[in-house]
Ligand binder design. Structure first.
Ligand code: DGT
Ligand code: MG
Ligand code: MG
Ligand code: MG
Ligand code: MG
Length: 268
């Protein structure tokens, strides 16, 4: 086919191929969720409906897009890790990122009612996305550890803060002042001595966030088969299917990675 004289505009497109051999991480974050959570009456410090909807939307991303080996989410953010050998969309960063962001956003709206029931969605939420490349398993694990440590730090702070306000009767300004300069141990102590809360017994969903991985399971179905002599016969067929599994465990230490050796590929 002859090229039109307009064809040259293609040359204005820039190359955004992600470097080979690197894990591709796409992290999404809710746009202005400070306001969104207020306007949709999210419970403080954690709203299980909101966290459930985030995880459900991330599951849809994993099921609909290719080559995601693990996803990690907390608060209004979710990170998706593409396997380092992925060649999906020729590793073009903009394609990967926009597919993740749009699949996630449309799922967030699509599944809203399943989680929020009578609470209406007042306006369409948005999510920003970024792509980061990690060349080694250590770098990728440190990235995920960073996000989970962030979850822990924020959740510990928020748990004490809202205990002081909701149960201790402090104003938000007083609670802020009370927590200024405190270390983790101080916060644990306030929770324990003043509110009878052992932080380690708080919900793992809130303390650890949500990890999504693939899990294989066997599925047995009965099929009706036509035999050559026109007779029908019932046949039992067993297939290996994979489904998304949701966990709320530690991913900073060794144990998780020893128990799930097929998430990471070798460094060499
Ligand atoms: P951004 O990301 O720069 O557009 O602005 P924000 O407002 O989304 O800021 P970000 O992402 O740093 O903080 C997340 C906000 O979402 C934060 O204000 C708390 C809110 N949020 C997230 N999850 C929950 C929840 O479960 N309950 C409540 N009450 N708020 C939540
Ligand atoms: Mg942000
Ligand atoms: Mg945000
Ligand atoms: Mg955020
Ligand atoms: Mg197209």
């Amino acid at each position: 086919m002859a090229k039109s004289k307009f064809e040259y505009v293609r040359n204005f497109e820039t190359d955004d191929t992600c470097l080979r051999n690197c894990y591709i991480v796409v992290r999404l974050d809710g746009r202005n969720f400070h306001k969104f959570s207020e306007q949709h009456s999210f419970t403080k410090p954690n709203d299980n409906r909101a966290l459930g909807l985030m995880a459900r939307s991330a599951q849809s991303v994993m099921e609909e897009l290719e080559d995601i080996v693990i996803a990690y989410g907390q608060s209004d953010e979710f990170s998706f890790v593409f396997k380092r050998t992925s060649n999906w969309f020729k590793r073009r960063a903009s394609k990967l990122m926009t597919h993740v962001a749009s699949q996630f956003s449309s799922s967030y709206v699509f599944y809203w009612k399943e989680f929020f029931e009578e609470q209406p969605l007042h306006y369409p939420p948005g999510f920003d996305g970024r792509v980061v490349l990690y060349p080694t398993n250590r770098n990728l694990r440190d990235y995920l550890s960073w996000r989970q440590a962030d979850c822990h730090i924020n959740n510990l702070y928020n748990t004490v803060f809202w205990s002081l306000v909701q149960k201790g009767g402090l104003t938000t300004t007083q609670a802020e002042d009370r927590l200024k300069g405190t270390l983790a141990a101080d916060k644990n102590e306030i929770l324990f001595s003043e509110f009878d809360i052992n932080y380690n017994n708080e919900s793992p969903l809130h303390r650890k966030g949500t990890i999504l991985i693939w899990k294989k399971h066997e599925e047995t179905v009965t099929r009706r088969m036509k035999l050559p002599n026109a007779e029908e016969k019932e046949v039992v067929v067993t297939r290996i299917k994979r489904g998304v599994e949701s966990l709320h465990c530690d991913i900073i230490g060794e144990q998780f990675w020893e128990e799930h050796p097929d998430i990471l590929e070798d460094d060499n």
